[in-house]
Design a protein around this ligand. Structure first.
Ligand code: PGA
Length: 232
């Protein structure tokens, strides 16, 4: 049975009380998770409370950040560093297309963020929305491989038309991109993201080169996210 990563990207959603409510209604213990790693990426304001709840509930949930500073600690107003994230989380999303489109994030910044993640022992989940972005990621990972001992990384294929639209890409297309990614980076775990639902999740996770999904909107509802995990 292959290992699957099911990742919730909450984006800019939920207050502390809403997150507590989500956790109370999310029954991860009942889901039979032998081969599934479940990672929730809430906003930074929820990190501390979320981490305490995970410990109190003795839950196997993992925490991820939605972003990371491209710099070490210092005078960078508003940024959260890899070292600060590592106190709470094990994963970090890097290069989401919403960061490219709303915050002007460039390939150069994304490369620095990947370096910060690896340096701080965080597993990067690098988002790409097309084939052209694969080679720059591969170049960065190969350089880091020569500087750091082996590290895991995930690459999520998220076509922009599918994000939040209710129209997912086809599983075959996602698998074809998975093949391209693994041609350059054979040790990559490849995820699909964009309008994943409880109904369509297994059409993606059944594809041979897809190792999981990145779930936005549907992950905000604990019952629906549980159904995604159960059906994956
Ligand atoms: P969606 O978002 O599931 O709401 O389409 C996915 C993402 O942007 O990670």
């Amino acid at each position: 049975m292959k290992k699957l990563f099911i990742i919730a990207n909450w984006k800019s959603n939920k207050t502390e009380s809403e997150a507590k409510n989500w956790l109370q209604n999310f029954k991860v213990q009942d889901l039979g998770l032998t081969n599934k790693e479940i990672i929730v990426c809430p906003p930074f304001t929820l990190f501390s409370g979320f981490k305490s709840s995970i410990i109190n509930l003795n839950s196997s949930l993992k925490l991820g950040a939605q972003d990371i500073s491209p710099f070490d600690e210092g005078a960078y107003t508003g940024e959260v560093t890899g070292r600060q994230i590592k106190e709470f989380a094990d994963y970090v999303i890097i290069g989401h297309s919403e960061r490219r489109s709303h915050f002007g994030e460039t390939d150069e910044i994304i490369v620095k963020k990947i370096e910060q993640a690896v340096k701080n022992n965080l597993t990067p989940l690098i988002c790409i929305s097309n084939k052209e972005q694969i080679s720059i990621i591969a170049k960065t990972i190969n350089i880091l491989n020569s500087q750091f001992s082996t590290f895991n990384f995930l690459v999520a294929y998220e076509p922009t038309f599918a994000i939040g639209s209710g129209i997912a890409d086809t599983p075959q297309n996602a698998n074809d991109i998975g093949l391209e990614i693994k041609k350059f980076l054979k040790e990559a775990y490849v995820l699909y993201g964009g309008s994943v639902t409880p109904q369509n999740v297994n059409s993606f996770t059944n594809m041979p080169l897809i190792d999981g999904v990145l779930v936005g909107k549907v992950s905000l509802n604990p019952q629906e996210f549980s159904a995604v995990i159960a059906n994956a």
